[in-house]
Design a protein around this ligand. Structure first.
Ligand code: NAP
Ligand code: HSE
Length: 434
């Protein structure tokens, strides 16, 4: 007689219900792989009286302490999201000797150190594969499969909601609010979608990826963040005309002695770039290592079942360890302390869209201003009139961020410039810090 491995599930929303469904549907295969059945014993809910047909047959509780006291439960799966009380519940579960699996990038990005310390102290597992890239395996590959490498770059599309929105806006010119609503209805967005569109969700994932890739702790506060809220249909059209697509990118580079550069922002990507073809809810993460060269991980970045796939992979890893009696995994790999490269020193090419007076000499004045700030121009186009004004689009060569900021300041002081409508980075092959 095999005794099942018993789990408690904290939270039964989009991902929680996905986990319930996949554990049930694939119970036989999971049992074969673990060597024992894996069963949900208890589900923590906020309102025990709320009707939840998808949890039929499962024991519900609104009392976390009852889970902590239950010696039958060896694995706690946290899928509530947010910092409080998720962080406290996970720490308490580990303190009680239970292994923890989570999809919560908020807690991992901000309080990863506390989590690892508790796991180490109590000799339990703390696994978080689903916190980055939804269904894509990326945390375990970085910790295990690519461990032989010195990784120099991680670049990816790591937010499904914004990739879905930008794809729809690019393909059909759909309205921003309408496509955000669609992404929410499909279960891709966070409880507060401001974290998706504002870039914070991707920044949390960038912090986690950079910490894993460069073996140094990169906190959320070390990531410079820009979302997609300022991207307009005009920018999308200009991108297409210039041979690019706009993607929200998470970029992390280890620049050696110059530090670690970690940022999230929309970028113009050449249409031929491997990440340019990643559309809808799909995510992809591109990695450069000194042994493997380049590798790319691709798959659904959000949604109930893809995310459940990643959560259950962690559950199976812990359960196998329990069956074999060697549950403790790799733990924290941040054994180095690398400096963070300041944003103003980072280098990129830029797209700048300006509204200017439609009169002779304007292009010359603008080009001179850029030149005075040491910003070299790659191309300048003027295609549209907006009322009585002309719209000009400038693409620069690679330049330090601080020089773009200075040029912007000088341009706004030119009487012929009425508005800088947008500034977006342009991704080219070689970037970094000069
Ligand atoms: P969700 O649909 O909002 O579900 C959260 C669930 O947690 C709800 O059922 C909610 O209960 C419950 N909950 C919240 N606070 C609770 C508390 N104090 N006690 C008990 N239950 C509580 O969120 P989700 O999309 O499933 O996301 C869950 C986690 O996975 C988040 O960390 C998210 O960032 C991460 N994640 C999500 C995706 C995705 O595609 N959605 C992908 C990767 C990672 P009520 O029913 O009472 O509201
Ligand atoms: N809201 C997140 C996204 C969920 O859209 O990518 C997956 O982490």
């Amino acid at each position: 007689m095999k005794h099942p491995i018993k789990i408690a599930l904290l939270g039964s929303g989009t991902v929680g219900t996905g986990v319930v469904r996949v554990l049930k549907e694939n119970a036989h295969e999971i049992e074969q792989k673990v060597g024992m059945p894996v069963e949900i014993k208890t589900v923590l809910v906020r309102d025990i009286h709320k009707k939840r047909p998808y949890l039929e047959g499962l024991q519900l509780t609104d009392d976390m302490d009852s889970i902590l006291r239950d010696d039958d439960i060896s694995i706690v799966i946290e899928l509530m999201g947010g910092i409080h009380p998720a962080r406290e519940y996970m720490l308490a579960a580990m303190q009680a000797g239970k292994h923890v699996v989570t999809a919560n990038k908020d807690v991992v990005a901000q309080f990863g150190r506390d989590m690892f310390e508790m796991a180490e102290q109590r000799q339990v597992e703390f696994l978080f594969e689903a916190s980055v890239g939804g269904g894509i395996p990326i945390v375990t590959p970085l910790k295990e499969c690519l461990t032989a490498n010195r990784i120099t770059e991680v670049m990816g599309i790591v937010n499904g909601t914004t990739n879905y929105m930008l794809t729809k806006m690019t393909q059909g010119g759909s309205d921003y609010a309408a496509v955000l609503k669609e992404a929410q209805e499909k279960g891709y967005a966070e409880a507060d979608p401001a974290a998706d569109v504002g870039g914070l969700d991707a920044a949390r994932k960038a912090a986690i990826l950079a910490s894993l890739a460069f073996n140094t702790r990169v906190g959320l506060e070390n990531v410079s963040v820009e979302g997609i809220t300022h991207i307009t249909p005009e920018d999308i059209v200009y991108a297409r005309e210039l041979g690019y697509v706009i993607k929200l990118l998470a970029i992390a580079r280890d620049l050696g002695g110059q530090g670690v550069d970690v940022r999230v922002h929309p970028s113009f990507l050449p249409v031929g770039h491997p990440l340019a073809a990643v559309s809808d809810v799909y995510n992809a993460i591109f990695i450069k290592g000194n042994a493997i060269g380049e590798a790319m991980f691709y798959g659904r970045g959000a949604g109930a079942l893809p995310t459940a796939s990643a959560v259950i992979a962690d559950i199976v890893a812990v359960a196998r360890g329990l069956v074999k009696g060697n549950a403790q995994g790799i733990g924290c790999t941040c054994f180095e302390k690398k400096p963070i490269c300041p944003l103003e020193d980072t280098v990129s090419a830029y797209y700048i869209r300006l509204l200017v007076a439609d009169q002779p000499g304007v292009l010359g004045a603008i080009a001179t201003t850029f030149g005075e700030q040491d910003v070299s121009l790659n191309s300048v186009i003027q295609t549209r009139r907006v009322g009585s004004q002309a719209e000009i689009v400038v693409v620069t060569h690679q330049v330090q961020h601080k020089k773009i900021l200075q040029a912007e300041q000088c341009l706004t002081q030119l009487p012929v410039v009425s508005k800088i409508s947008n500034v977006i980075r342009v991704e080219t092959a070689a970037e970094g810090k000069v």
